[in-house]
Design a protein around this ligand. Structure first.
Ligand code: HEM
Length: 498
């Protein structure tokens, strides 16, 4: 957190002394944890709305040390996210409870908000500078080709968890016996599909070769698993990103990292910031896409109307995904927006350094309150965030999730939840609410489809032509045809090892 001279009063990130506290934490607050919240956050937000109004003071632990003001109403959410008066900062060094020690540094939730020097923690002109090259690089993607890449990887992942032809039961055509019911197969969609698919896509778009993708995938897996290896994995990831940036500087290719470097001629990101931008795109891109895929599949398999409408093609996969943005958003709550000056939020007065938590997951309340269910077609939800930090990769994110779901839906007819929805458990229910596993069953697909060749074709997953070298010195061009990369069979086979 902010460095200070021990002999003087601590200063805020602007370098000024903190303003005196005049707005004590409210006497009444509510927990944002516990079984009731975890089971059905949307119903819980409705209870909070009834009990507290548009803003609810909440705590995330029993001691009440991790605390903030949960913003439940759409209008106030937009006010904070758009931040017209420059009242709010994303830079967590503004979190005064942390600076003053009310919230201990070793609190298990602190790593979730610990400051890093990248665009998520930057505001105003600094954010514009940090975001420019990454956003311009995203704009170079050829989404038609990216769709081909996603589709090919999705098929490979499904092939990896389906039994091969050698495991097919004997053909019973000659037998007199009545045909046995189709064998049921069981798979954890989270581990075997929703987790690896977006990660493989993002690593491929970043232009990684198979070795560096394998190392990065392993490190991200260790990081997400937490535990003693997490810190080492984080350091390793940082080195891998540095090596990737260095490689692309020497040999630009048709990939996001080369395009970031190309556009960085105008933004001036230093080496550390470049590494962080690449890391951010891969990790954030993977996380939200995984969660949205799981949450949409879960909704399809537990909401009969939605299921039959998608099956009968009365509702598109896009519309089913849009519905989920209202009722079970991938990013539930944004931690945090810190007040850079004393301010008012609804009925509450906040001190400089107090935290607002924007509840993207509570969007569905707006729908229910209006008494209309237009959630499939109305996309006024805030699940992508808004304002300068709103997601810059909506088209890409939507494409990854939609393509992944469409391929799954096509290839696994008869898919069902393997356990009742109520028995699922959830990771990070207050942040990116993801099931810890999503077990499904489906009848063993009977035979190789006639157009099986479609699934193994050699795709050309390049997303654009490579940028021209960034220096005036002419660089050697890669000798292979741009973007011709091997299909990642070994990576796909490795993944389910988790
Ligand atoms: C697929 C579903 C996705 C959802 C629901 C989603 C949602 C979000 C949300 C809510 C934010 C705001 C975060 C905050 O303010 O703290 C955000 C930011 C961001 N997202 Fe996405 N995202 C998705 C996919 C992706 C993908 C595929 C990428 C890949 C590049 C990506 C890159 C980013 C980046 C770089 C930011 C930071 C923006 C900034 O601060 O300038 N997202 N996303």
């Amino acid at each position: 957190m902010s460095e200070s001279d021990p002999t003087s009063a601590p200063t805020n990130p602007d370098g000024a002394p903190w303003r005196e506290r005049t707005a004590p934490w409210p006497l009444r607050s509510a927990p944002l944890y516990g079984p009731e919240f975890t089971r059905d956050p949307l119903a819980y937000y409705e209870t909070l709305r009834r009990d507290f109004g548009p803003i609810a003071p909440v705590t995330l632990d029993e001691k009440g040390t991790f605390r903030g003001y949960l913003v439940l109403d759409h209008v106030y959410q937009l006010e904070v996210l758009r931040n017209h008066g420059q009242v709010w900062a994303r830079d967590s060094r503004w979190y005064r409870d942390l600076v003053e020690g009310t919230l201990p540094l070793d609190h298990p939730l602190v790593p979730q908000i610990a400051y890093r020097r990248h665009r998520l923690y930057a505001d105003g002109a600094e954010h514009t500078r940090m975001a420019a090259a990454g956003n311009q690089a995203l704009g170079e993607l050829d989404l038609v080709r990216v769709r081909d890449l996603i589709e090919a990887l999705a098929h490979q992942l499904i092939d990896a968890f389906l039994p091969g032809p050698e495991d097919q039961p004997e053909d019973g055509a000659e037998s007199e016996a009545p045909a046995a019911p189709a064998e049921e197969l069981k798979v954890d969609i989270l581990a075997d599909y929703a987790l690896p698919l977006p990660l493989l896509v993002m690593m491929r778009l970043a232009g990684m070769n198979e070795d560096s993708a394998l190392a990065t995938g392993t490190a991200i897996h260790e990081l997400l698993s937490g535990g003693p290896e997490a810190a080492r994995a984080a350091a390793e990831l940082s080195e891998l990103m540095a090596a990737l940036v260095a490689e692309k500087r020497d040999r630009p290719g048709p990939d996001l990292v080369s395009w970031i470097l190309h556009h960085n001629r105008d933004s001036g990101l230093d080496e550390h910031e470049l590494r962080e931008e690449v890391w951010l795109q891969i990790v954030v891109g993977r996380g939200a896409s995984t969660t949205w895929t799981c949450n949409t599949l879960l909704e399809l398999l537990s909401n009969d109307d939605l299921y039959s409408d998608v099956l009968a093609n009365r509702c598109s996969m896009d519309e089913a995904m849009n519905h989920v943005m209202w009722v079970n958003a991938p990013v539930q709550n944004l931690f945090g927006y810190w007040a850079t000056q004393p301010t008012k939020l609804g009925p509450y007065r906040l001190d400089q350094g107090d935290m607002a938590i924007v509840s993207l997951g509570s969007s569905g309340m707006t729908m229910r309150a209006a008494g209309l269910d237009v959630s499939r077609t109305n996309n006024a939800h805030l699940a992508w965030g808004a304002g300068e930090h709103g997601c810059p990769a909506r088209d890409l994110g939507r494409l990854i999730v939609r393509t992944g779901l469409e391929v799954l839906w096509d290839r696994l007819p008869g898919i069902e939840l393997a356990v009742p929805k109520e028995e699922l458990t959830w990771d990070l229910p207050y942040m990116a609410r993801t099931p810890t596993a999503l077990p499904v069953t489906f009848p063993r697909p009977s035979a190789e489809p006639k157009d099986a060749a479609r699934w193994t074709r050699d795709t050309t997953p390049f997303t654009s032509s490579p940028p021209r070298p960034t220096s005036t010195e002419e660089k050697e061009r890669p000798s292979e045809r741009p973007g011709r990369l091997p299909l990642w069979r070994s990576l796909v086979a490795w993944w389910p090892r988790r």
